[in-house]
Ligand binder design. Structure first.
Ligand code: CA
Length: 367
């Protein structure tokens, strides 16, 4: 290369560099990093992983316009301060579960789960096609938040009991770890329900400080190792029949996104809801087999008498919560109407089909 052509090349390069320098700020302005705070430990199976997948999906689907950076519980703010952080704008979005915000407003419970509430597929129907999302928008909007469902655990297990539950009286004096409204239901039936953080659950059950604990379902419960303490594994979990996870945006941040990016966020949350539920179901089925065949766990169904008493107490607890203010009353009205319609249809559709199929083909567990 002679000197003249070298200079010509060099000027082309520097010209290109100058052009890209001029263009760079405009590109940078269209790229944003959003801080997602979560209520979960980093990569906690099914919950922390759902948050991470949602963050990664929004980043990928917006082609780099938005980069969602996840902070697990305690990294930026403690788990239960996620709501305030997003409400005030010190974080841009959260991934959690709405019942954690019940101290802000009791109606938030309905957008996660309530005792004797909706299953995962019923929750989808109410939220997406039954008026649930509109009520949630009305509530979250008061706190400068726009929230979507972003995962579901499916129905949880009743929990691990060191004593058998054969009658309602067996609940009297029972020390059980069950947070939230479910715990209140059991208190009405004479149990002593406590709320313990994750790290204290196993040692408390082991030492006898508590007689029973709920956690999630076979997948998470197997990992926790509760089968090493007791073999009595009760179902179904009346207290969390289909717990929805949620993703809440600071409303100003959400409104500042392009219409395309708002739609991407909304659809990514919908995909997260379906994906988490599928992941829980797939893993729960496998883990239940492992618990029963490798660890000698005994499945126990709550006796009808016990479950009916729980259902009655749950109805009272939820009604009392709804009676506290006009808005929560409207939520319960919408929720109850949806539950009635969905139960009427589901009981002759999915539920009867599954019951008949499993019996006829020998697929049901004989318990
Ligand atoms: Ca639970």
């Amino acid at each position: 290369m002679d000197r003249r052509s070298f200079l010509k090349q060099a000027s082309l390069v520097s010209g290109a560099a100058a052009a890209s320098t001029l263009a760079a700020p405009a590109i940078a302005q269209n790229k944003r990093t959003l801080r997602m705070v979560t209520t979960w430990p980093k990569n906690f199976p099914g919950l922390g992983t759902a948050a991470q997948k949602l963050a990664d999906n929004i980043t990928a689907m917006t082609d780099g316009r938005l980069t969602v950076k996840l902070y697990s519980a305690g990294e930026l703010v403690p788990a239960f301060e996620c709501f305030d952080a997003v409400s005030t704008g010190s974080a841009d979005l959260y991934h959690g579960a709405e019942y954690y915000w019940q101290g802000k407003h009791k109606a938030f419970n309905f957008f996660a789960t309530v005792p004797m509430g909706l299953t995962a597929s019923e929750m989808d129907a109410w939220m997406y096609h039954g008026g649930g999302q509109q009520l949630w928008d009305e509530l979250a909007g008061k706190f400068n938040i726009k929230a979507f469902m972003a995962g579901n655990t499916g129905v949880q297990m009743g929990g691990w009991f060191t004593k058998e539950i054969n009658a309602v009286d067996d609940l009297k004096g029972l020390k059980i770890r069950m947070p939230g409204l479910g715990g209140e239901v059991l208190r009405r039936l004479g149990a002593s329900a406590v709320s313990l953080p994750g790290g204290e659950v196993f040692p408390s059950l082991q030492s006898g400080a508590i007689d029973a604990t709920e956690w999630v379902g076979p997948w998470n419960d197997l990992a926790f190792g509760f089968y090493k303490i007791t073999k009595f594994y009760y179902y179904p979990g009346f207290h969390e029949p289909g717990t929805a996870m949620s993703c809440g945006f600071n409303l100003d941040v959400f409104n500042s996104l392009s219409a395309a990016d708002q739609a991407i966020v909304q659809q990514a949350c919908k995909a997260a809801t379906a994906d988490a539920y599928a992941e829980f179901n797939a893993n729960n089925g496998r883990a239940l087999n492992t618990l029963l065949t490798k660890h000698g766990v005994q499945l126990k169904k709550f006796p009808d008498e016990v479950f009916d008493a729980i259902a009655k107490a749950a109805d009272e607890v939820v009604a009392e919560v709804a009676a506290e203010d006009e808005f929560t009353g409207r939520v319960l009205e919408s929720f109850s109407a949806a539950r009635k319609e969905l139960a009427g249809w589901g009981s002759i559709a999915d539920q009867t089909y599954a019951l008949y199929r499993n019996r006829a083909m020998g697929l049901a567990r004989d318990v």
